[in-house]
Design a binder for this molecule. Structure first.
Ligand SMILES: C[S@@+](CC[C@H](N)C(=O)[O-])C[C@H]1O[C@@H](n2cnc3c(N)ncnc32)[C@H](O)[C@@H]1O
Length: 228
């Protein structure tokens, strides 16, 4: 019998998660055990709206509640987190809580001694992401409803920052909230596609940047964003 939406059970999702991890390794998106284990552990289907749940492990962004929000493909989280090298005990800031899936992965990576702060601008999306985190045992992620286009100065500094919406250029406000050393990954560029940039600050605060790849993200809104 063909499966309709919502027919898959948790064993089936676990099989799909395992085969996706194999695929991500074969294609070079996953290189560390830490990120692979986080992807294996977090039940992505719990962060996807009911109507799309059976497609949770398809490599495509899926719509989530709110204006213009999506849960990104799994490989893009790997691009961010492999480059950031998130480690136990670190303070991590995510801009764009969305579904909460990226924050849950980060929570696994920084462990009990680390902290995850995630900022979301859209109220409906915020509630969706926060509910997902609480339901799945990641209620200790600090979810903030605010304009994160300038980072989140109240809880700075952060060891690592991920911006999961397209920036108009280098997010200088957020760079000033990084510790030394520190790392930030952000997409920057036009609307059709963006360059996924990794910028690092060394112990003295000296900056270096490189492009990881090209990506397509929804625009960062707000005061320092691409849209009001
Ligand atoms: C691609 S989605 C993020 C996906 C998310 N990280 C996840 O794991 O599901 C981009 C998110 O950025 C949010 N966003 C856009 N501008 C923002 C801003 N200035 N501050 C905070 N969030 C913002 C959007 O509302 C949207 O939810």
């Amino acid at each position: 019998m063909a499966m309709g939406p919502g027919d898959k059970d948790s064993d089936r999702f676990l099989q799909e998660r395992r085969s996706l991890v194999r695929w991500l390794k074969e294609r070079g998106y996953l290189s560390s055990d830490a990120v692979a284990n986080a992807v294996l552990k977090v039940p992505r289907e719990e962060f996807v709206p009911r109507a799309y749940r059976d497609h949770s492990y398809a490599e495509t962004p899926l719509p989530i509640p709110g204006a213009n929000a999506t849960i990104s493909c799994v490989h893009t989280y790997c691009l961010y987190y492999e480059a950031l090298e998130l480690s136990p005990g670190e303070r991590f800031l995510e801009i764009g809580l969305g579904s909460g899936y990226g924050a849950a992965l980060a929570r696994e990576l920084v462990g009990a001694d680390g902290s995850v702060v995630s900022v979301e601008l859209d109220e409906e999306t915020f509630q969706f992401g926060k509910d997902n985190l609480e339901r799945t045992g990641y209620g200790d992620v600090v979810a903030v409803l605010d304009d994160g286009s300038g980072g989140h100065r109240d809880l700075a500094p952060y060891d690592k920052i991920a911006v999961t919406a397209a920036c108009p250029g280098e997010p200088t406000e957020m760079l000033s909230q990084l510790s030394h050393p520190g790392k930030i990954v952000y997409p920057a560029g036009g609307d059709a596609y963006q360059y996924l940039m990794l910028t690092e600050l060394d112990e003295k605060g000296e900056k270096s940047s490189r492009c990881l790849t090209t990506v397509v993200y929804v625009p960062l809104r707000g005061r320092h964003g691409k849209r009001p």
